[in-house]
Design a protein. Structure first.
Length: 164
């Protein structure tokens, strides 16, 4: 049963809105209901989350290269190419973030279905497809989330929430 935990929080989504058929490199937020990844990440120290936490270091990437064998996953080492993100360099957005399990496990498609959908700190505008919150609100959510409860995030325009 869905129960609100917090009051309304302003959030930002992809600069081109929501999409029922998200594609790699297109700044839309994929609609649907998704679980949260088993590890949370951040440039800053663990704020006290109930999930495993990885503090980002140099050469930590999210692989957004559809031709890579580690597409749509965290990697440490050489830049995998494509749209891959140098996570440790993206501040304040990646001060803290949770992975939204969109296209995890990866489903092969042409064009690629997309990767690197996170719940992260807001920057100055829309996102490349992620959901972002003010850092104070994001921390409230990340500290509240409990993997034992199998939490989900619903991403859709308000008029389409009835689908879920």
């Amino acid at each position: 049963m869905w129960r609100p935990k917090f009051g309304v929080m302003s959030a930002r989504i992809g600069t081109k809105g929501f999409s029922d058929s998200h594609e790699e490199g297109v700044p839309t937020t994929p609609t649907g209901v998704y679980s949260i990844g088993s590890t949370m990440y951040g440039v800053l120290a663990n704020p006290g989350v109930k999930y495993s936490y990885h503090r980002l270091v140099t050469n930590d990437y999210w692989d957004e290269n559809p031709s890579s064998p580690t597409y749509n996953s965290f990697v440490h080492g050489t830049d995998p190419g494509g749209y891959s993100e140098a996570l440790w360099q993206t501040v304040p957005q990646y001060n803290y973030f949770a992975v939204i399990n969109y296209n995890i496990p990866v489903r092969t498609a042409t064009p690629a279905r997309g990767s690197g959908i996170f719940l992260h700190v807001s920057g100055s505008g829309g996102t490349a497809g992620c959901v972002s919150l003010a850092q104070s609100n994001l921390l409230r959510v990340l500290e509240w989330l409990d993997p034992a409860a199998s939490p989900r995030i619903v991403m859709a325009p308000s008029e389409n929430l009835g689908r879920y």
